[in-house]
Design a protein around this ligand. Structure first.
Ligand SMILES: [Zn+2]
Length: 315
């Protein structure tokens, strides 16, 4: 197993979990003195990559104190149950709304299969192993933990999902942001910087709450966001404005199409047009087929999430 990872500054390593494609789903390893923590795990199938990254960086498995989960969507947390089998001293930190679904993952598994289908679950996510209750600690807003010489703080971050926390790293002045500070693929970087858009994943997307969360996170004056999708970016007020603008853009599309006959299909098509247009404005130079390929997974999920949000709002 040859893991793919990028050692960043401040003892932080971005691991490519190689879920679906390269440069799509990251997990992070933080090392401080001789202690280590993972932030997010990728899915069940990503665990060998995470362990190989520890080995390649000469970090004994006993030195991993914790696994910090931003939220329980499976591309972030699906590997946690399997991973901690190999980490005898690791405690899992998770939002209180997520904990019970990791202890007993049957509902989470069903929810994921409803969205992605059984075949996708088996082929691309692998499995979902329960986490023993005594290895879980609830991460509440404002809670701090110490890792080596650094302090990490959990910030309740609803909007993308209600079970989401971001983790503030004082040492690097950055947020491990899960999905809350958006998705930004390195293929779309131009001299204008990063292209950032919101993953409006089912079933808890809430635009107003999300925008409030972004505002709160910006009050920390972050320098960096460690995105799950994908890698570290400098996160400025401009980045936040772009993300908020596109949350509004996605919402506008879904509201315009809420009565259309094949609503899901229509939302998906309009989202693609929207993303292609913002990428052109951003000076992206990839041909359209490549862009469609890179956007494909997000389009399906974002359209589903917007549909669920429309239904929730109209009932
Ligand atoms: Zn998510």
């Amino acid at each position: 197993m040859n893991p793919i990872y990028h050692n960043l500054e401040f003892g932080i390593t971005c691991i490519d979990t190689q879920h679906m494609r390269k440069d799509f789903v990251a997990a992070y390893l933080i090392k401080d003195n001789d202690r280590a923590a993972f932030v997010d795990t990728g899915c069940h199938l990503s665990v060998p990559t995470l362990l190989a990254t520890l080995d390649a960086n000469n970090i004994p498995r006993e030195n991993v104190d914790c696994v910090l989960l931003t939220h329980i969507h499976l591309d972030h947390a699906g590997g946690a149950g399997e991973l901690i089998k190999y980490l005898p001293n690791a405690t899992v930190y998770v939002h209180e709304r997520g904990a019970q679904h990791l202890i007993n993952p049957s509902k989470l598994r069903k929810g994921v299969i409803d969205v992605y289908g059984e075949l996708f679950f088996k082929q691309f996510l692998g499995d979902l192993i329960p986490i023993p209750e005594d290895r879980i600690v609830i991460a509440k807003d404002g809670d701090e933990i110490t890792l080596g010489n650094r302090t990490l703080e959990f910030i309740d971050s609803p909007g993308h999902a209600r079970h989401h926390v971001c983790i503030w790293d004082q040492a690097s002045q950055g947020f491990f942001s899960g999905d809350t500070l958006g998705v930004s693929y390195r293929e779309f970087d131009t001299d204008q910087g990063e292209l950032i858009f919101p993953p409006t994943t089912p079933v808890q997307f809430d635009p107003i709450i999300w925008k409030n969360t972004i505002e709160r996170l910006m009050s920390f004056k972050p320098k960096y966001a460690y995105l799950t999708h994908f890698n570290r970016i400098e996160f400025t007020q401009h980045s936040a404005n772009m993300l908020i603008q596109h949350i509004d853009g996605f919402v506008k599309i879904s509201e315009k199409l809420k009565h259309s006959e094949s609503r899901h299909k229509a939302i998906k098509e309009h989202l693609l047009d929207y993303l292609l247009a913002i990428s052109t404005d951003h000076g992206v130079n990839l041909d359209e087929t490549q862009q469609v390929k890179l956007f494909k997974g997000d389009l399906e999920i974002c359209a589903q999430g917007l549909g669920v949000w429309l239904d929730r709002n109209s009932s």
